[in-house]
Design a protein around this ligand. Structure first.
Ligand code: ZN
Length: 433
């Protein structure tokens, strides 16, 4: 473990901004817009993948659906200058609207949903749910929609009708997760009509949509001393937010760097990353390569740049659970507010090795933040993330890190309120090279 000491009196400005980020980002598309807004404020400009890119210094970013890649070219960077990449993901497990959404039963109007990612189903019961996502319009444009009031609810069966519920709840994914959203006759097209109207559009103009539900309860500081943060989508918007803040801070400091700092925020991590906006796709590789070529680089420069590149993949990890300590590795029990965690798995569920550990600890030491290590109990399967995928896809040194949390993938997760800032400070030190 590290020897750095957590600051005694802690400024919550960073965590307050994370709360605003989470509230404004119920879908991956919104998360990308929230990150872009902060990057624009820091002087980054958006470039289109279809445009020719130039060699000038400064910050820029690319958006594709629910993914964003941002990078800052410092003065004096050459085509062979290596990259330092913070890797994250924008998606979270949730309930998403099916193509024919209007359904119902026994006089109730309901919305058909499909389960996205590894959802602990019980955590979505009896929550007041809003709707968000993107609408594809007839004129070829896309618009974001965010309805934050209680619209839907997956009601739990009363205990009087299921006396065995506390012996182990069984939920059928098809029958028991369909939210209600009113009373009366089911009318085909009414959900999209409603969403279109709320977005100020004619329903006939909406010809495609990616819509999903979210808990409308706002994030909150929790505990006697308010040292914890209860919020949805900490996995992994906490890292997206920290990476955005870190990159913006490096760009604001300016000056010469030995690397080109990059933020990669991928979509579809929760379903295996295999998409055009996921870590298995070519998006990050294309951006890095085009950045080399825009500075007049050759294939040899590209190879040299990638050979010196390091990716720090940041995603949520498990804090030790006080009610289930036996599920954790006794010698590796990360705690909230203990600083970022280094994730290790010798079977390559995490990409960290000795060299990666050295990069991570150097960044934490430089930033003066404490850090911890995570390894799973041998009798528990270990999760994975975009780290090993990025390492394999691009052949670059990759390290997996994150923040310790309870209730990962729940509709409402829990972490330390100081950790978001500590992670951002470590990521900034890493991005400085
Ligand atoms: Zn995650």
């Amino acid at each position: 473990m590290s020897t750095a000491v957590r600051p005694a009196s802690f400024d919550r400005t960073h965590t307050d901004d994370l709360i605003a980020f989470l509230s404004a980002s119920p879908s991956p598309f919104h998360a990308v817009a929230s990150a872009a807004e902060r990057l624009e404020k820091a002087g980054f400009r958006r470039v289109a993948e279809t445009d020719a890119w130039d060699a000038s210094a400064g910050g820029r970013y690319v958006v594709r659906g629910g993914a964003l890649i941002a990078w800052y070219v410092p003065e004096g960077a050459g085509p062979e200058t290596p990259f330092r990449v913070v890797g994250t993901h924008t998606d979270s497990p949730n309930l998403r609207v099916k193509p024919v959404p209007d359904t119902g039963s026994a006089g109730w109007r309901q919305v058909a949903v499909e389960i996205y990612g590894g959802v602990p189903l019980n955590t979505w019961l009896d929550r007041d749910l809003g709707l968000s996502g993107r609408l594809a319009l007839r004129d070829g444009s896309v618009t974001l929609v965010q309805l934050d009031e209680p619209l839907l609810r997956v009601p739990q069966l009363a205990i009087h009708l299921d006396r065995q519920v506390n012996d182990g709840m069984k939920l059928d994914k098809q029958r028991h997760l369909t939210p209600i959203w009113g009373l009366g006759k089911v009318t085909e097209g009414s959900l999209i009509e409603y969403v279109a109207e709320r977005a100020g559009l004619a329903a006939s103009d909406v010809i495609g949509w990616d819509l999903m539900t979210h808990d409308v309860q706002p994030p909150a500081y929790l505990g006697k001393d308010r040292e914890l943060l209860a919020a949805p989508r900490l996995d992994n918007l906490l890292s997206v937010h920290a990476g955005t803040a870190a990159l913006a801070a490096v760009a604001a400091a300016g000056g010469e760097l030995g690397c080109i700092p990059v933020l990669a925020a991928f979509d579809h991590e929760e379903t295996g990353s295999e998409s055009d906006t996921g870590a298995q796709g070519p998006l990050l590789g294309n951006v890095l390569e085009r950045s080399v070529y825009a500075r007049g680089g050759t294939p040899e420069d590209r190879a040299r740049a990638l050979a010196g590149t390091v990716c720090l993949s940041s995603d949520m990890g498990h804090a030790v659970h006080p009610n289930y300590t036996e599920r954790h590795e006794p010698g590796h029990q990360p705690m909230p507010n203990g600083g970022p965690i280094l994730k290790v798995n010798v079977n390559n569920r995490y990409a960290t090795d000795a060299l990666g550990r050295a990069v991570f600890t150097a960044a934490c030491e430089k930033a003066g933040v404490p850090w911890q290590t995570f390894v799973s109990n041998n009798s528990m399967p270990c999760g994975t993330t975009i780290g090993p995928i990025t390492a394999a896809r691009l052949g670059i040194t990759t390290v997996d890190c994150g923040i310790a949390a309870l209730s990962m993938h729940s509709a409402r997760e829990l972490c330390g309120a100081d950790d978001p800032y500590l992670l951002a400070a470590a990521l900034k030190a890493f991005l400085e090279g």
